[in-house]
Design a protein around this ligand. Structure first.
Ligand SMILES: Cc1cc2nc3c(=O)[nH]c(=O)nc-3n(C[C@H](O)[C@H](O)[C@H](O)COP(=O)(O)OP(=O)(O)OC[C@H]3O[C@@H](n4cnc5c(N)ncnc54)[C@H](O)[C@@H]3O)c2cc1C
Length: 96
C-alpha cells in the first residue's frame, strides 16, 4: 500500500510539473486513471485489514473505500478517459 501511494504521489508531482509548463495533457489523463484505481485498491486493502469491522459503517475505513470508489466515475469515468482521450492520443501518436 505504501509503495502504491508513493508511486501515485510521485507520478502526480511529475505531471503537475509538466502542467505548470503548459505540457502534459495526456499524462494528466494517465495519472487520473492510475491514482483513482490506486486509491480504490489501497482503501479496499485498508478495509480488508479490519475484517468485519472494516465493513461496518461505524468505522471511517468503510467510508474511505466508498469515497475512493467514486473517483473512477466522476470528472471523467475510467472508460471514457481510456477510449476518448488515452486511446485516441496513442493512435494519433502512432500514425504521426
Ligand atoms: C459524487 C458525484 C459528484 C459529481 N459532481 C459533479 C459536478 O460537480 N459537476 C458535474 O458536472 N458533474 C458531476 N458529477 C457527474 C459526473 O461527472 C458523472 O457521473 C460522470 O461524468 C459519469 O457520467 P454518468 O454518471 O452519466 O455515467 P455514464 O456516462 O452513463 O457512464 C456509465 C458507465 O458507462 C461507461 N461509458 C460511458 N460511455 C462509454 C463509452 N463511450 N464507452 C465505454 N464505456 C462508456 C462509463 O465509463 C460508466 O462505466 C458528479 C458525480 C458524482 C457521482
Amino acid at each position: 500500500m505504501a509503495v502504491i501511494i508513493q508511486a501515485s504521489r510521485q507520478f502526480s508531482y511529475a505531471v503537475a510539473k509538466m502542467m505548470a509548463k503548459g505540457e502534459g495533457a495526456m499524462e494528466a489523463t494517465l495519472v487520473k486513471a492510475y491514482v483513482c484505481k490506486a486509491a480504490e485498491w489501497v482503501t479496499r486493502e485498508a478495509l480488508q485489514i479490519h475484517g468485519g469491522y472494516g465493513y461496518a459503517e461505524e468505522y471511517p475505513v468503510s467510508r474511505y473505500w466508498v469515497d475512493a470508489r467514486v473517483l473512477s466515475i466522476f470528472e471523467g469515468a475510467d472508460e471514457t478517459l481510456a477510449i476518448k482521450v488515452i486511446a485516441r492520443r496513442l493512435v494519433a501518436a502512432a500514425k504521426a
